[in-house]
Design a protein around this ligand. Structure first.
Ligand code: ZN
Length: 280
C-alpha cells in the first residue's frame, strides 16, 4: 500500500522528516506508553524500540491503543502492529523483557535519542534513570495518579535538568506527593485508609482512557520537544518548551483545587544528588 500523502495534512507546518532517523525507546507499552508511541508515530517518528514483558489482557483493552483483537498478544508485538498500521514505514525492534533484568538495557538506551518511561513502578524507572544519566541520554516520564485524578510529565536532559532522583527529592516536599499514589499501585489497605468512602469506585475505575490521555499528551509533547533538540534542524513550528515538569489535575480532588489545573516548573540538577551528582 502506498503511503504517499500520509502526512499531507501536517507537512506544511511541520517537517515530518525531521525525526525519521531518530530512535525512540518506549519502556513500558501499557496505556500511557502505548498512547505516547502512537502519537509519536503520527508525528513522523519512525524508529522505535519497544520494551515490555506483559501480554495484553482483556481488562487492558478499554484504556489501551490496542483493541480486542490483540488480547493474548505480547504488548510489544500488539503495539508494533498498531504503529505499522498507522505508518508502514516504521522500523521497530521489540524486547519482551523485564526492565529490571534486561541485560541489553544500557546499550539500547545509548543508541536512543530519547527514552520514554511508561513503566508503572519505581525500581524500573530508577534503573532507566541511571542508564540515561550514565549514557547522557534524555528521557521523558509520565505518571497518572490513582483514580486518574491527574498526573505529571517530566523531561530530563543531561546537565540542564535534574534526574528522577532530583525530581522525587524535590516533589517530596510538595503537595503533589501528599497522599497521592500512582494509578493502579495503591494496595487494598491503602485504598481503604486513604479513600475510605470510594473503594468501589477505585476498584472499578482507576482512571479512564481520557484521564490517561491528558497526561500522555503532555508526555508526548515533552518527548517531541526533546527530539527537537536532537534533530538536525528543529521544526520551526515546534518552539522550545521552557519548563521541564508539568503536573495536571483532571479533577477537583486533592492535591488539585480545580478541574484542569496546570502547574509547571523547571527543575535543575539538585546539588548532592546520588545519581546525577558527579555529572553536574
Ligand atoms: Zn539527580
Amino acid at each position: 500500500m502506498t503511503t504517499e500523502g500520509l502526512f499531507a495534512r501536517v507537512e506544511r507546518l511541520y517537517d515530518v522528516e525531521a525525526f525519521r532517523d531518530l530512535w525512540v525507546l518506549i519502556a513500558g507499552c501499557g496505556s500511557g506508553g502505548g498512547q505516547v508511541a502512537l502519537q509519536l508515530a503520527m508525528s513522523g517518528v519512525r524508529k522505535f524500540i519497544l520494551v515490555d514483558m506483559d501480554k495484553l489482557e482483556i481488562e487492558n483493552v478499554i484504556r489501551h491503543v490496542c483493541g480486542l483483537r490483540y488480547v493474548g498478544w505480547r504488548k510489544t508485538a500488539a503495539l508494533a502492529d498498531v504503529l505499522s498500521d498507522r505508518n508502514p514505514e516504521v522500523e521497530i525492534r521489540t524486547f519482551d523483557d523485564d526492565v529490571l533484568e534486561w541485560s541489553g538495557l544500557e546499550g539500547e538506551v545509548e543508541r536512543s535519542s530519547v527514552v520514554v518511561i511508561g513503566t508503572d513502578n519505581e525500581p524500573s524507572r530508577y534503573r532507566l534513570n541511571e542508564a540515561c544519566v550514565k549514557t547522557g541520554t534524555p528521557f521523558t516520564v509520565g505518571r497518572v495518579f490513582t483514580r486518574g485524578i491527574g498526573g505529571e510529565a517530566y523531561a530530563y536532559r543531561s546537565g540542564t535538568a535534574g534526574c528522577l532522583a532530583c525530581l522525587e527529592g524535590f516533589l517530596e516536599r510538595t503537595r503533589f506527593r501528599e497522599g497521592v499514589r500512582e494509578i493502579d499501585l495503591a494496595t487494598e489497605d491503602e485504598r481503604q485508609k486513604v479513600y475510605d468512602l470510594e473503594i468501589e469506585e477505585i476498584k472499578d475505575s482507576p482512571g479512564l482512557a481520557v484521564d490517561i490521555g491528558f497526561i500522555a499528551a503532555f508526555h508526548t509533547r515533552l518527548t517531541l520537544d526533546v527530539l527537537g533538540d536532537t534533530a538536525k534542524e528543529r521544526p520551526k513550528f515546534m518552539t522550545p518548551i521552557e519548563q521541564n515538569y508539568f503536573v495536571w489535575g483532571n479533577r477537583r480532588v486533592h492535591p488539585f483545587s480545580k478541574n484542569f489545573e496546570l502547574q509547571r516548573m523547571s527543575l535543575q540538577p539538585q546539588e548532592g544528588c546520588m545519581v546525577c551528582g558527579e555529572q553536574v
